[in-house]
Design a protein around this ligand. Sequence first.
Ligand code: FPP
Length: 249
Amino acid sequence: MAEDLKAKIITEKLPKHIAVIMDGNGRWAKKHGKPRVFGHRNGVKAVRETTEAAAELGVEYLTLYAFSTENWNRPRLEVNALMTLLVETIRGEVSTLNKNNIRLQAIGDINKLPSKSQKALLEGIEETKNNTRMTLVLALNYSAKWEIMQAVKSIANQIETKQLRSEEINEQTFENELSTSGIPDPELLIRTSGETRVSNFLLWQIAYAELYFTPILWPEFRKEHLYRAIIDFQNRERRFGQISEQLTR
Ligand code: FPP
């Protein structure tokens, strides 16, 4: 079944960058009569499957929204469990990432994570930095509004210190200050669990992204679901403001 779907994917039209809002861990746990943390633990399986499927296909960047700035407002026990899970997962997966030639990166206000999480993350990034097949970007303590604000502050500072003139500000100078600098914009954004919001994720970068919503709860997300999202993406006409007849495909 999953293999049949995989065969339908046109390699030449693969999105270079896929971003995912992993949602529904809590509801999945509730459905199984378990605490929310059980949902997050099972969410790691979906992270593994999605990463493997994306790398096998030849996707170059996969960005996963693992912890938003707003997530600090959750019960302390859940926040602590998520942070522990993050450390365990990164430590546990580094060798698999290396085996599969996958580079780990992170976006977000990393300095505000607990020191243990920061350490595991920075080690994971360092140990995988030479891998070239795919980049797995974890959005951690990330919020698009925060990211845009800090880019604005950085540009204001460059102007104040006369490193930049206001006439020189353009999309490129702005993008250079985002935490995704150097990463192509996602062409496909997937959100699981039936919610149809963007939730402060990559607001600048998704200007032209195709949005794909699925009712699947994140812990149940498997390779076939990623394939379905990509097939749907490939069946859409991406016009970037042009009319159909102008497109050369
Ligand atoms: C959303 O479900 C999920 C999260 C906020 C956390 C995602 C984290 C993981 C999958 C595990 C760790 C990941 C990595 C990359 C190491 P929710 O809790 O908002 O679910 P709900 O909407 O049903 O309550």
